[in-house]
Write a protein of this length. Structure first.
Length: 200
């Protein structure tokens, strides 16, 4: 009997926490309505949505937008690639480009870094990413400047500038500190002070 009561209490606590977290995210979505496309599966919080407004004026999703958008996928749909020709740059050595590819029933999304990294750093980023999504169900990726494939036969692929990713375990970003709103606020974030007062 005691075990049954304890189990019921546990279910109630989890359900209450889930409802509270969803309520908090709904409030955040009202403040930052263009930061998230679709569902977040409990991964994102208000600071994540706010941070996506630091570098560009938020606006509704469009292929002409420079805004940053979170989009979440099943972890099993996302693959990491350190794209490299293997040829050494005369000044930098062998370089690799971070690519996160999400292949869904609704379409294909490629999140590609702006510039290549030294191959060792690119591979280390990949190892961290693999650990971050291991034994998780969902992953969210933030990208900017969405564009459709230039190939008219490929209408299902959207390519993005890769900004950052977040799982239930870890957040990793292309730019230093971009997973941390406090860091961004101290380094030129353009989010209005009224909106971020709760984070101070």
């Amino acid at each position: 009997m005691q075990k049954a009561v304890a189990a019921l209490i546990g279910v109630f606590v989890v359900a209450t926490s889930t409802i509270a977290a969803q309520s908090d995210l709904n409030s955040a979505k009202a403040k930052y309505p263009y930061s998230l496309i679709g569902e977040d599966f409990g991964i994102l919080n208000e600071a994540d949505l706010a941070a996506n407004t630091c570098d560009a004026q938020p606006q509704p999703f469009s292929l002409a937008s420079d805004s940053l958008y979170w989009r979440c996928f099943e972890s099993k749909e996302v693959k990491f690639l350190c794209d490299s020709s293997g040829a050494a740059d005369p000044n930098e050595g062998v370089m690799g480009l971070i690519v996160l590819s999400a292949n869904t029933k609704a379409g294909h999304h490629d999140y590609i870094a702006r510039r290549p990294w030294p191959i060792a750093d690119c591979r280390e980023f990949g190892r961290t990413f693999a650990a971050a999504i291991k034994e998780t169900q969902h992953l969210c990726i933030s990208g900017s400047s969405p564009r459709k494939s230039a190939d008219p036969r490929d209408t299902r692929t959207t390519t993005w500038n890769f900004e950052k990713y977040k799982s239930s375990k870890h957040c990793g970003s292309y730019f230093e500190g971009h997973c941390d709103l406090a860091y961004q606020l101290n380094h030129g974030c353009k989010v209005t002070q009224a909106k971020v007062s709760a984070f101070e």
